[in-house]
Design a protein around this ligand. Structure first.
Ligand SMILES: CC(C)(COP(=O)(O)OP(=O)(O)OC[C@H]1O[C@@H](n2cnc3c(N)ncnc32)[C@H](O)[C@@H]1OP(=O)(O)O)[C@@H](O)C(=O)NCCC(=O)NCCS
Length: 199
C-alpha cells in the first residue's frame, strides 16, 4: 500500500476502552450493554432538548438507532472514527458520548465532539472525556491537530473546549446546520499534538 504521508499507516483508531476511574469510555456498537438496553438509552439521549438542538444525534426510533450503532461499528472497523459511549463505572449506565474522527487523515487532522445526558452534566465529564480521547488519539493514532466546532450560542460547549485546552481560533460564518435549513455561525477551537497537557 502506498500512502501520501509516512504517518498515515499509524493513523488508525483501534477499538479500546479508556478507564477514567468513575467512568469508562467504551466503543459504541450494538453489543454495548447498558441497563434497560442501548436502544432506549440512545433514543432518550437523542430526545434530550440540548442534545437535539446542538448535536447531530437527532431524536430517533429503533431503526435509526441500529443504523447509528452500525455506522459506529463500521468506523471502528475501518479505523476512521472513534465513537465512545461514556459509561458510569459504578452502575453501567449511559452518561454521554465522545467522538473523534478524521477530517483529513493525510494531514493528521481530526474533529472531536461530545454530548452528555442532563443528569451527567455539571461535573466535568465532558471536559475529562474530551481530554482523555484527545490524549489517546495523540498517543496511539498519530493525530496532529484536533478541531472542535460549536455553535456560537452554545456557551456550555465553548467552556468545555476552553477547559479541555482547545483555544478559540476564530468564528466561521453560516458554517453548519443543526436542522431546519438554518445555517449558524460556529466557533472553531483546536489543539495541536504538541500542546502540553496540563492535568
Ligand atoms: C456541552 C455539554 C457536553 C457540556 O456539559 P457540562 O456538564 O457543562 O460540561 P462538563 O462535563 O465539562 O462539566 C463542566 C461543568 O461542571 C463543573 N464542574 C464540576 N466539577 C468539575 C470538575 N471536576 N472538572 C471540571 N468541571 C467541573 C464546571 O464548573 C462546569 O460548570 P460551568 O460550565 O457552569 O462552569 C452539555 O451541555 C451537552 O451535552 N449539551 C448538548 C450537546 C452539545 O451541545 N454538544 C456539543 C456540541 S458542539
Amino acid at each position: 500500500m502506498t500512502t501520501s504521508d509516512p504517518g498515515t499507516d499509524q493513523r488508525v483508531f483501534r477499538p479500546t476502552v479508556l478507564d477514567l476511574g468513575d467512568v469508562l469510555l467504551r466503543p459504541w456498537g450494538r453489543a454495548l450493554d447498558v441497563p434497560g438496553g442501548i436502544a432506549p438509552a440512545l433514543t432518550a439521549a437523542a430526545a434530550d432538548p440540548a442534545v437535539a438542538r446542538w448535536s447531530p444525534l437527532s431524536a430517533a426510533g429503533p431503526v435509526v438507532v441500529d443504523t447509528y450503532l452500525g455506522r459506529c461499528e463500521e468506523h471502528w472497523a475501518a479505523g476512521t472514527a472513534a465513537s465512545f459511549a461514556v459509561i458510569d463505572a459504578a452502575d453501567g449506565s449511559l452518561c454521554g458520548n465522545a467522538y473523534l474522527g478524521w477530517t483529513n487523515r493525510d494531514d493528521g487532522v481530526a474533529m472531536i465532539g461530545y454530548w452528555l445526558l442532563a443528569a451527567a452534566r455539571g461535573r466535568g465529564l465532558a471536559t475529562r472525556a474530551t481530554t482523555a480521547v484527545t490524549r489517546w488519539a495523540v498517543d496511539h493514532a498519530d493525530v496532529r491537530r484536533i478541531e472542535l466546532y460549536h455553535a456560537v450560542a452554545n456557551e456550555d460547549s465553548c467552556r468545555v473546549a476552553t477547559r479541555a485546552g482547545f483555544p478559540y481560533e476564530g468564528t466561521l460564518r453560516g458554517s453548519y446546520t443543526y436542522g431546519g435549513g438554518v445555517y449558524v455561525d460556529e466557533h472553531l477551537h483546536a489543539r495541536l499534538a504538541s500542546d502540553p497537557f496540563t492535568d
